[in-house]
Design a binder for this molecule. Structure first.
Ligand SMILES: Nc1ncnc2c1ncn2[C@@H]1O[C@H](COP(=O)(O)OP(=O)(O)O)[C@@H](O)[C@H]1O
Ligand SMILES: N[C@@H](CCOP(=O)(O)O)C(=O)O
Length: 318
């Protein structure tokens, strides 16, 4: 992530006394990521990640942090949020909401093989099932409504061909979301941003999903499509790699079987997942925010994926 809010060890000396973590020993800004300000935090008790939320509000954050706790309690590998002395998971730091979670072991697998995709597919299905009885409700804030309100903000920056593609795809997705097949698809809390950089591996062992701050209630299939579009893609062409797709989908299906309606909706959902990230990358590109360190993501990558998903029949879901 980029560091939007500068923070030094001295700034948290008083604030951290509310947590059962002992004395803070080191604080280091993390450069990757684009949404929040993240820091590795070492204390007398161990290694943690401190996040200052740049866009999410105090009202929205309990959904994400309680979801992580709910999942962790059910054996899904995710960071555990740390509560303060009053049992709160979110508290103010530098006037913004902030949270501390446990640090996962391992590192991101940025060149995944089928074995990694299978581990991700199985854990994703386990996560969907484990979240079924999560009591809090929050829509996917980067869902269809956001696509419709954001499109006019970026359209005038695009050349005719891109503007046409964006308008046509929004039109297609609006119609898709209104159809009976879409309405019959199972749904619940989803991660909604399960890219390679949001999963930790220790060798071939998956050690955790993290960065739940785009999570919300949406179709499970949308989550699968977001994940497949990143984990199983050839980065140069946007074409899906059959071996990785099969590994991920088969491992998912072994835990939570897909429905016939999901098979029918699969290609449209792969397009929806591509559109979502093309649009957010366009938005971030044309409306950049202040940051100490910033690594912008390339919108053209998801434009290429969207064109490819429209042009090529989707692989069988099962
Ligand atoms: N719980 C965690 N355990 C270990 N590393 C983490 C954890 N949370 C974040 N990180 C590290 O911080 C980086 C940025 O976090 P991320 O949540 O992706 O940021 P953003 O939300 O700003 O996109 C990750 O790539 C990872 O290296
Ligand atoms: N995964 C999204 C952007 C969100 O960034 P993250 O670091 O929070 O995953 C993209 O690639 O556009």
């Amino acid at each position: 992530m980029a560091v939007f809010t500068a923070l030094h060890l001295d700034d948290i000396g008083q604030w951290i006394t509310q947590f059962p973590l002992g004395k803070p020993l080191a604080l280091k800004g993390i450069a990757s990521g684009i949404e929040n300000s993240n820091f590795f935090l070492s204390t007398e008790r161990g290694e943690y990640v401190l996040t200052i939320f740049e866009n999410l509000s105090f009202e929205q954050l309990p959904f994400y942090l309680q979801l992580m706790r709910h999942l962790a309690d059910r054996g899904v590998l995710v960071p555990a949020p740390i509560a303060n002395a009053d049992g709160e998971l979110v508290t103010a730091l530098q006037g913004k909401p902030a949270a501390i979670v446990s640090k996962l072991d391992g590192s991101s697998q940025m060149a995944p093989q089928a074995v990694h995709c299978a581990a991700v597919g199985a854990m994703l299905a386990k996560m969907h099932l484990a979240a079924q009885d999560f009591p809090l409700q929050q829509p996917n804030l980067r869902g269809l409504d956001w696509w419709n309100t954001t499109t006019p903000l970026v359209l005038h920056h695009l050349d005719d061909a891109r503007a046409h593609l964006l308008r046509a795809e929004i039109h297609f997705q609006d119609a898709f979301a209104a159809c009976d097949t879409y309405k019959a698809i199972p749904r619940g809390p989803v991660h909604a941003d399960l890219f390679r950089n949001n999963v930790m591996f220790d060798g071939e062992q998956l050690t955790g999903f993290f960065d739940f701050y785009f999570a919300g209630c949406d179709t499970w299939l949308f989550d699968v499509a977001v994940t497949v579009n990143d984990w199983c893609v050839d980065l140069d062409t946007g074409v899906l790699d059959t071996a990785r797709v099969r590994a991920l989908l088969d491992a998912y299906q072994a835990v939570r079987p897909f429905t016939q309606e999901e098979q029918t909706a699969w290609q449209a959902m792969l397009r929806a997942a591509a559109l979502r990230f093309w649009l957010s990358r366009l938005y971030d590109y044309y409306q950049p925010r202040e940051a100490e360190m910033l690594t912008p993501h390339d919108p053209a990558h998801f434009e290429r994926i969207l064109r490819e998903r429209i042009a090529t029949p989707a692989p069988e879901l099962f």
